[in-house]
Design a protein around this ligand. Structure first.
Ligand SMILES: [Zn+2]
Length: 322
């Protein structure tokens, strides 16, 4: 059974119509989600300069090849993989978007962690989107994505409709949001399956991440929003949200420049913005591009904040963005 779904996804480059069929909305079949495999990703990142302003502008072919990600596909729900027109219009392979040339990592330093989980939540009242990009710390390769739209648990249907129209309507992804969003508790259950598949977390690891850490742009995501949503959803805070890396603090200490947000870091590093700012999956990918560049430049990513108790968060860097 197919039914049609039409929306417009307005990417920065290029604009494209979002038009596809979706299957009937059966629960996700997790067994169909393929485990991460190493893929060759890679781009021309200049590793030579520490001064961001001196790096040549990457007039790259990555931007010209960019197309919007099929957000049904990120949810394991795309039913149009045999449709050439659909494949032409929407990306189904995130590897195309991350092109880093490992051979240019001349300034690379050893990292304390093996994996980074770039997380960028969307939603002010309740979380609406939970995107995570898994990055290999050694090679800066993107290994996998986890992406779920999240259905608020304490809002009326009417309020949700208004909220989604206001937030995602202008990006043309309100329809796919409605087709795929699931409650936060279910997102976390699926996320834990995904973490386990990647050997990043498990009960036998004492509830901590296995040589991995979340990387966020600011402290809000893990410090504030996750605990708030857990309260609203009446859940215990998962044990892996106890520490994280605020990329802005690492950026400040490494480049000796203050960047107040993702856009500033991207501008200073001359990394082109791809996709739609404030679509969580696109922001997570753009933050990943900043992270890849910092790894290439020789930044060492260390935990910047740790939760000692529900109320007490300790910041581990002396110089940090406040
Ligand atoms: Zn698709």
């Amino acid at each position: 059974m197919y039914r049609s779904a039409t929306a417009i996804y307005r990417g920065f480059v290029p604009r494209a119509a979002y038009s596809l069929r979706v299957g009937s909305l059966s629960p996700l079949n997790l067994s169909s989600v393929s485990p991460a495999r190493k893929i060759s990703v890679f781009a021309s990142l200049s590793a030579a300069q520490h001064d961001p302003s001196s790096t040549p502008s990457p007039k790259n072919d990555t931007a010209s090849r960019w197309k919007p990600t099929c957000l049904y596909h990120t949810h394991g729900m795309c039913t149009m993989l045999d449709d050439p027109a659909h494949l032409e219009k929407f990306s189904h392979n995130y590897a195309d978007e991350f092109r880093v040339n490992v051979s240019e990592f001349t300034n690379k330093v050893a990292q304390e962690l093996d994996y980074f989980l770039v997380l960028d939540l969307e939603g002010k009242v309740e979380i609406l989107e939970f995107p995570v990009v898994l990055v290999d710390a050694e090679t800066a390769e993107v290994l996998d994505l986890f992406h779920r739209f999240v259905r608020p648990s304490k809002m009326s249907e009417q309020r949700i409709n208004e909220y989604i129209e206001g937030k995602y309507g202008k990006l043309g992804v309100d329809r796919v949001w409605h087709d795929t969003a699931i409650p936060f508790e279910e997102v976390i259950q699926q996320f834990e399956v995904w973490l386990t598949q990647h050997h990043l977390w498990g009960k036998e690891m004492g509830g901590h991440l296995n040589r991995a850490a979340f990387v966020t742009c600011g402290n809000w995501d893990v410090k504030t929003k996750i605990p708030q949503q857990c309260n609203v959803s009446k859940m215990k805070l998962p044990s892996y949200f106890m520490e994280w890396i605020n990329l802005k603090d690492v950026y400040l200490n490494f480049y000796k420049r203050r960047a107040t947000g993702m856009m500033t870091m991207m501008r200073e590093l001359q990394i082109p913005l791809m996709g739609s700012h404030h679509l969580g999956i696109d922001d997570a990918k753009n933050i990943t591009r900043v992270l890849q560049r910092m790894l290439a430049d020789g930044a060492r990513l260390q935990i910047t904040a740790r939760r000692n108790s529900p109320e007490n968060v300790e910041f581990l860097f002396k110089n940090r963005i406040r």
